[in-house]
Design a protein around this ligand. Structure first.
Ligand code: GDP
Length: 610
């Protein structure tokens, strides 16, 4: 059978077999799977009207299109599918409770507080937590571990509610969005003295899209001018109709600052949970959950706050969360007390990971340390590939030749004090828009100080290291100095973004613009046996310089371009420059000159970027 060809390029031909490619794969990845030459795929795609490099990550559609040209059935596998398959190969599944209906027991609802900035989310979370600090505890100092549980009495029974209290900062939106997956109920906070703002609408959409029931906390009712009624009316537009109006959403008027009606809010959460989801889980199986916060602790090593979603986590369990693994050495609650068993919906700080998991990573208990490590290693390799593909920005290509031209590229290594910040910083940096000429790549990232390993990698790949709220460890600074590796430290995200943006601008290829030097008219022509044709000229404006580029105009038409002025004379002397109003003689590399021709001289100057 004949090999298919596109634009004269011969391509390998499949037999309709299925080729599985990870989402975001490159043509090089594709070529490897079918044992082909990547450049043939690049060229074939070029003829199909798409310009990409061999290592650039391409869309699902392109992979499928190219596959069908070559008679392969391309199946693009999403990261979620891939992970499911990975777990499946160890006979594991994540996300489903084991057993039958009867194995499931009530668990506390997990609550996230959302809403517009300054409406009182942080204050509300603080108030709820403080109100429940056990009497007599040393000054009531609780630790911030990213989540906590509080008891509430409903119809004579004490019940628990779990609150996720990730810091309310813009840059953490990404983490929050993931956090919503761990959430049963969303409390949307709205200031009674203000109203529904875009962020409120966003929060509502977010919760509704995730099928998370909402309880509305109308906050700041202590403030003069508070108008809770208006909020109720406004929210009907967004499908949140208060119970008093015949709807299903509970509105509670509170003051986070003055601790008014907080109990009623907690009761509303429980009632809403009971009426909607009635959250349950199997406490008997191996524990599964989600990491909500993680950082590197000086004394204890990697520490992650994990929300248990099903099963029971115990000290000694082998665990894997994202690409981090380990064994539970200690578990602590928000009061700093040791916990030996953590049941569904319990947030605990886990000590014992060998590296820091990412916020939002799923946690699984497995039978053996070996399995945990294998899963982590496989995920780690995949994450590296995916990030490398993601961090390669699309380069715009005028033609195929420029694929081969050197790309201007800034490599970065990001180290930070917790995974949320590192993620946020990476996302913000990759979002810097400096056009298509420069490429920004994050080649490595992680939680913790800048290490010698980081410096070595930076040195090998010409990267700059960014330390966010961390410093160099051990001999890393010494090594960086020796290797000439630049390490920059920041504690404010926007400052880092600003400086990297400047650096990127500095790396942009220089842009030249033409600057006119002057105009000269040819008044007479002389022939010299020694020198050749000499133009006797008058400088009409500006200056004329030796070696400057010239353009020759005749009747306002360009007859020659880029003709250098070879020699320049005043009287009998060679000169470098002649000014307006003076006569001069010159020779040009263009010989078809005539009297009356205008010689325009110009220079190419580098144009500063704005
Ligand atoms: P966040 O951005 O939503 O986390 O808002 P904060 O919790 O930081 O609160 C923003 C401001 O509103 C702070 O100055 C709080 O003290 C204030 N605040 C929060 N709740 C109340 C309240 O119930 N009444 C009054 N008067 N002020 C409040």
């Amino acid at each position: 059978m004949q090999a298919p060809s596109v634009g004269g390029i011969r391509l390998p031909r499949g037999n309709g077999e299925t080729i599985r490619l990870a989402r975001g794969a490159s043509l090089a990845d594709f070529a490897e799977k079918i044992d082909a030459n990547p450049s043939a795929l690049v060229q074939a795609l070029f003829h199909l009207g798409e310009m990409v490099t061999a290592t650039q990550s391409v869309s699902d559609e392109i992979l499928e299109l190219l596959g069908s040209e070559m008679n392969y059935n391309v199946q693009v596998v999403s990261p979620e599918d891939e992970d499911r398959e990975l777990l499946d190969s160890f006979d594991l599944t994540f996300g489903e409770d084991e057993g039958v209906e009867a194995d499931l027991e009530h668990r506390p609802p997990v609550v996230t507080v959302m809403g517009h900035v300054d409406y009182g989310k942080t204050r509300l979370l603080d108030t709820i937590r403080k109100a429940n600090v056990r009497e007599g505890e040393a000054g009531g100092i609780t630790q911030h571990i990213g989540a906590y549980q509080v008891p509430t009495v409903l119809e004579g029974n004490e019940r628990l509610i779990t609150f996720i209290d990730t810091p309310g900062h813009e840059a953490f939106t990404a983490m929050r969005a993931r956090g919503a997956k761990a959430t049963d109920i969303a409390i949307v906070v709205i200031a009674a003295d203000d109203g529904v703002m875009p962020q409120t609408v966003e929060a509502i959409n977010h919760a509704q899209a995730a099928d998370v029931p909402i309880v509305v906390a109308v906050n700041k009712i202590d403030v003069e001018g508070a108008n809770p009624e208006k909020i109720r009316q406004q929210l009907t537009e967004y499908g949140l109709v208060a119970e008093e109006y015949g709807g299903e959403t509970m509105f509670v008027e509170i003051s986070a600052k003055q601790n008014i009606n907080i109990d009623a809010l907690l009761v509303a959460v429980l009632l809403t949970a009971d009426a909607t989801l009635d959250p349950r889980a199997n406490p008997e199986q191996s524990a599964q959950g989600v990491a909500i916060e993680a950082h590197l602790d000086r004394g204890r090593g990697p520490v992650a706050t994990v929300l248990i979603q099903r099963g029971t986590l115990r000290v000694g369990d082998s665990i894997v969360a994202g690409d981090a693994y380990g064994r539970v050495r200690r578990m602590l609650d928000e009061n700093g007390d040791d916990v030996r068993e953590a049941f569904p919906s319990r947030p605990v700080q886990v000590v014992g990971f060998t590296s820091v998991p990412g916020a939002g990573d799923s946690l699984l208990v497995v039978d053996e340390d070996r399995i945990a490590r294998q899963i982590a290693d496989r995920r780690n390799a995949r994450k590296r590939n995916a990030l490398a593909a993601k961090s390669r920005k699309r380069i715009s290509l005028e033609d195929l030749d420029s694929v081969l031209k050197e790309t201007h590229q800034l490599n970065l290594i990001i180290k930070g004090d917790n995974s949320g910040t590192v993620e946020a910083l990476e996302e913000a940096l990759l979002g810097i828009d400096v056009g298509d000429e420069v490429e920004l790549r994050v080649i490595d990232r992680g939680v913790g100080g800048v290490t010698e390993t980081n410096v070595n990698l930076a040195s090998a790949s010409n990267a700059i290291i960014i330390g966010f709220n961390v410093r160099a460890e051990g001999k890393a600074t010494e090594l960086a100095n020796r290797e000439g590796v630049e390490v920059r430290y920041y504690s404010v995200i926007y400052r880092a973004i600003e400086e990297i943006e400047q650096a990127l601008k500095g790396m942009l290829k220089p842009v030249y613009e033409e600057v006119e030097l002057g105009r000269t008219e040819i008044r007479a022509l002389f022939k010299s046996s020694k020198i050749g044709l000499i133009a006797g000229c008058m400088v009409l404006s500006g200056v004329v310089r030796r070696n400057a580029k010239a353009r020759i105009l005749r009747d306002n038409m360009v007859v020659a371009e880029q003709t250098p002025i070879q020699s320049l004379r005043r009287e009998k002397d060679d000169v470098t420059e002649v000014r307006e109003g003076f006569e001069c003689g010159m020779t040009l590399s263009f010989n078809d000159i005539r009297e009356g021709d205008i010689i325009e001289t110009y220079e190419m100057r580098e144009k500063p970027r704005e």
